[in-house]
Design a protein around this ligand. Structure first.
Ligand code: ADP
Ligand code: MG
Ligand code: MG
Length: 915
């Protein structure tokens, strides 16, 4: 049998069995739109009859670059079926069938490939339609739309000449809206349209309905490889070989008068997630009028008053669709003379806040399980909660200063501050080449603007609704956006916009609040919000029930530790003690310590530092009462605490020149003293100078060469612990040695540590429950982890250094230079400092875990590198059987979700294998 390229909407069962039963494959073959139409047909919802030309047909078209006859024949056969079902005939002069031609790929690509409506109209069928409907105005309106859409979508003509004609007629008739133009007006418009069509394309508008259909189908196929579509797929990471399907569907008419309408809606609020139908509709309108922002739309719930019976049916349909798909739906519909028709359903795009709330609510409603709710929210969406918002007090100030310009629709949350750019190319070049922050401002956006929108901090439009192109793209890419700011008058030609008598030029600063819809003049201060969203809290609690990995945080200061705890961390996986050394009042002591060779001077410096360190640890222990705190002893090369060589040289030269010109003895004395001091520092700097400091005297090596340093730090830790324990704080310090490569390093440090620890505990007559362990961050440590585990009670992977030393790459040098080339050339699939290299570095980790636990089965193993907050790396850590991941406090919520997701994935894989 010949291959089936075309399926009627009611042949879903056939499609399902052809693709092997999987819904994703149905969507792959029919495209999202076609699959939705077939599915709604099967549910018994009112869907105008039609058929889908499959994505396989599109791919075979591109393989051969001509329209295979077989496909066209099957299209004609399907069209016959539709004629039979509707009792109308395509191209018939009396009772003509009209159809739309709609593209639809597997994944929704907003506005990429446009729909052509009213196919089948020509001089003859127009007459027949007028007779059948008795409504010439409606028929001519439909016909002019066909010529216009066919012109722009199929032939690629500009839309402006057509729009200008309509504007001219509106002006001549003194009316504001297209709906006020008469049948005769439209008839005259059609004349002009035909001429424009011919003038621009050098062909006549095809009068043969079959020719219209064939060309339209082919145009959809072609558009799959159009520049706009390819760019969008690149940005949205959609594969290029999926192809698009073509849906041919009987027309229903929302432009048949006051009891007709067309609309779009979400079954829940796409911004907040609230369970309430939300959308826009237009009476006496067709197709894209709603999203094009040409006429002002009404909120969909007003249908309850204007067309109550269609509204009730629509509201019921929305509930049924949600129950069927178990997700929030984005639907398109038309009401023709009071009768509801469903034209599209798909899962709705939503903001991060809405995604979380909908998942949690749906689990509460019993539509989905808690597991599903946790799987439905992406780590990036949780991340969004931690993005900047406007500081409420700065916003109040801005308002009181009269800087609130206007308010529009809050379609994609978050705060954005930038300079106004009216053109996508300018926005992109300002952002990319000049590093400027820009806000992309347009009357409305089109697919051609996407590159500018991606480069911008935020998006602002004067027209369009919640489902406009700007809103969809903004939500997709997490850009703050406000649309439909009617008060904004944009004059792109003159590079300015006005709000009332306020004038804003291109390049001026504005602030856009996508959460509230407000637009401010100037730069409003931003801040990171509290993540106290009740739905997010609940979702993360559920995630905690599913995850196996612990989530700890890296925190150096008590306030970081507090935040980490608030965000749900159950321990500190890394406290870097050296950060404490850099503070202004401590640095001189640290420098003295480093530069002296006198044991007494060194002792003095250490004694002076001790109370500071102790105080820091007290704060940390108090904040983490009851939870483990891993403290890493000093790690960086000592020269980091001294001024740079070049800077010192400059200062010395400067002082010497000044000495030459000194005018009195006192000045000479002072300069001499400074020169002597600087020369002393310079000598130390020179002594400490290393050609490869990252592989030099740092980490455990420092503690071995300068045991006093370890002693001081350990004393500070234990004094703090004893002090806290006496106050009733439950302390669990874990002392971590950095950069161990050989077990003997650990043995030596442990001895130093235990002596001090025992002494302090005896002084305070208290025993502290503590652990001693090491970082695993050089390959040798991983390779000899069995030996190391004899002396370490815990391991913590420092995957930054481990990646550097495994690859033999210095991160700073690489990321500034060749790493980008490596990734662009495809030599490395991705930056190994962002996601753990699962072939190399992960192999060393695996070895370390296995060897370590062979020696010490209860060995605690975690990770404290930045990778600990990266969802992909978290999955690697789960699979390696680590006890916890530790990451920055801000990433703790993300890590909680990611850890739950990998655990749930594993669970479902296991149950598939056993079940
Ligand atoms: P998009 O992918 O851009 O959403 P659609 O194919 O959904 O494009 O078409 C856009 C709009 O055109 C629809 O929302 C609907 O209002 C209108 N439309 C498409 N097909 C028909 C039809 N057969 N009858 C009436 N309106 C239609
Ligand atoms: Mg479209
Ligand atoms: Mg649509």
């Amino acid at each position: 049998m010949a291959k089936k390229w075309v399926y009627l909407f009611d042949e879903l069962d056939q499609v399902t069995s052809y693709v092997g039963g999987d819904w994703e494959n149905v969507r792959g073959l029919l495209g999202g739109k076609g699959a939705g139409l077939a599915d709604m047909t099967k549910l018994g919802l009112p869907v105008p009859p039609g058929f889908t030309v499959t994505t396989e047909a599109c791919n075979s078209y591109h393989a051969g670059m001509k329209f295979p006859e077989q496909i066209w024949e099957q299209e004609l056969a399907a069209l016959n079926e539709v004629e039979a079902r509707t009792g109308k005939e395509f191209g018939d002069g009396k009772n003509p069938l009209l159809v739309s031609c709609r593209s639809g790929a597997k994944f929704s690509m907003p506005g990429m490939m446009d729909t052509v409506l009213n196919i089948g109209l020509n001089g003859d069928t127009v007459k027949g339609m007028i007779e059948a409907t008795g409504d010439p105005r409606f028929v001519y309106d439909s016909y002019r739309r066909l010529i216009q859409m066919f012109g722009s979508v199929v032939v690629g003509l500009p839309t402006e000449p057509f729009e200008e004609v309509i504007a001219e007629f509106r002006k001549a008739r003194g009316v504001k809206s297209d709906t006020e133009l008469t049948a005769d007006d439209w008839k005259a418009v059609i004349e002009r349209f035909s001429n424009i069509f011919q003038r621009y394309s050098h062909i006549c508008f095809p009068a043969d309905p079959y020719e219209q259909l064939r060309l339209a189908t082919e145009a959809v196929f072609k558009s799959w490889n159009g520049k706009r579509a390819v760019d969008y797929r690149n940005a949205a990471k959609i594969p290029h070989d999926l192809g698009t399907a073509v849906n041919i569907q009987t027309m229903v008419f929302g432009n048949m008068g006051k009891d007709s309408a067309t609309g779009v809606a979400m079954t829940r609020n796409a911004t907040t997630g609230e369970r309430k139908l939300e959308g826009d509709y237009l009476i006496d309108a067709q197709g894209e009028d709603v999203v094009a922002g040409i006429r002002t739309t009404y909120p969909v719930e007003q249908m309850a008053q204007t067309m109550p019976s269609a509204w009730n049916q629509f509201a019921e349909t929305a509930v049924r669709l949600e129950q069927h798909y178990r997700d929030m739906q984005d639907v398109e519909f038309t009401v023709e003379r009071g009768a509801l028709w469903m034209l599209q359903t798909r899962s709705g795009k939503r903001t991060a806040q809405a995604a979380v709330r909908i998942a949690v609510d749906m689990a509460g409603e019993g539509l989905i399980t808690r597991e599903e709710a946790v799987m439905r929210v992406t780590p990036e969406q949780v991340d969004f909660f931690l993005h900047p918002q406007f500081n409420p007090s700065s916003k109040r100030t801005a308002k009181s200063e009269g800087k609130l310009l206007a308010t529009g629709l809050n379609v994609s949350p978050g705060a954005a501050v930038g300079m106004v750019a009216f053109k996508a190319d300018l926005a992109e070049s300002w952002a990319k080449n000049e590093g400027k922050k820009v806000i992309m401002v347009r009357p409305e956006t089109k697919p051609d603007d996407v590159h500018g929108m991606l480069a911008a901090e935020g998006i602002l439009t004067s027209r369009g609704g919640r489902t406009s192109h700007a809103a969809l793209v903004a939500r997709q890419f997490g850009k703050p956006a406000v649309v439909g700011v009617a008060a904004l008058d944009i004059d792109i030609g003159r590079h300015l916009m006005t709000v009332g008598d306020q004038l804003i030029r291109e390049g001026e600063w504005i602030s856009v609040d996508g959460s509230t819809g407000e637009v401010f003049l100037g730069q409003v201060e931003t801040m990171v919000p509290d993540i106290s969203d009740p739905w997010l809290m609940k979702l993360l609690q559920w995630a905690d029930d599913f995850r196996v990995l612990g989530v700890w945080a890296n925190a150096d200061y008590p306030h970081d530790a507090k935040r980490a705890r608030e965000y749900g961390a159950s321990g500190i996986g890394l406290c870097r003690t050296e950060h404490m050394f850099f503070q202004a009042e401590r640095l001189p002591m640290v420098q003295k310590l480093i530069m002296t060779n006198e044991p007494t001077e060194r002792r003095e410096a250490l004694d002076a530092l001790l109370p500071f360190q102790r105080e820091d640890f007290v704060g940390l222990f108090e904040a983490m009462d009851g939870l483990p705190v891993i403290i890493r002893l000093i790690d960086p090369p000592l020269h980091e605490f001294l001024p740079g060589f070049e800077q010192l040289m400059r200062e010395l030269t400067d002082s010497k020149i000044r000495l030459l010109n000194a005018r009195n003895l006192q000045e000479i004395d002072e300069l001499l003293r400074k020169i002597e001091e600087d020369e002393h520092i310079l000598r130390s700097v020179e002594t400490l100078r290393e050609s490869n400091p990252m592989l030099g005297l740092r980490g455990v090596r420092l503690g071995i060469i300068m045991p006093e340093l370890t002693q001081m730090q350990v004393r500070a830790i234990f004094e703090a612990a004893c002090h806290c324990a006496k106050q009733g704080v439950d302390v669990h310090p874990e002392i971590m040695i950095p950069l161990t490569a050989h077990v003997n390093e650990l043995i030596a440090q442990r001895k130093t540590l235990e002596t001090v620890a025992t002494a302090v505990m005896e002084e305070h007559a208290i025993t502290i429950d503590y652990k001693f362990g090491t970082m695993i961050e050089v390959p040798r440590a991983a390779l000899t982890a069995d030996e190391i585990a004899e002396h370490a009670e815990f391991f913590s992977f420092g995957t930054n250094d481990l990646t550097q030393t495994t690859y033999g790459i210095s991160r700073d040098d690489a990321e500034k230079g060749f790493l980008i080339d490596y990734i662009q050339l495809g030599i490395l699939p991705e930056n190994p400092f962002v996601s753990i290299d699962d072939k190399g570095v992960a192999k060393l980790m695996k070895m370390a875990v296995e060897l370590g636990r062979k020696t010490r089965p209860d060995l605690e193993v975690g990770i404290c590198g930045e990778h600990g907050g990266d969802p992909k790396s978290i999955a690697v850590c789960h699979n390696l059987g680590l006890n916890y991941v530790s990451c920055s406090p801000f990433r703790v919520p993300i890590a909680r979700l990611a850890a739950a997701q990998v655990a749930l994935k594993e669970r479902s894989k296991d149950s598939r294998q056993t079940g």
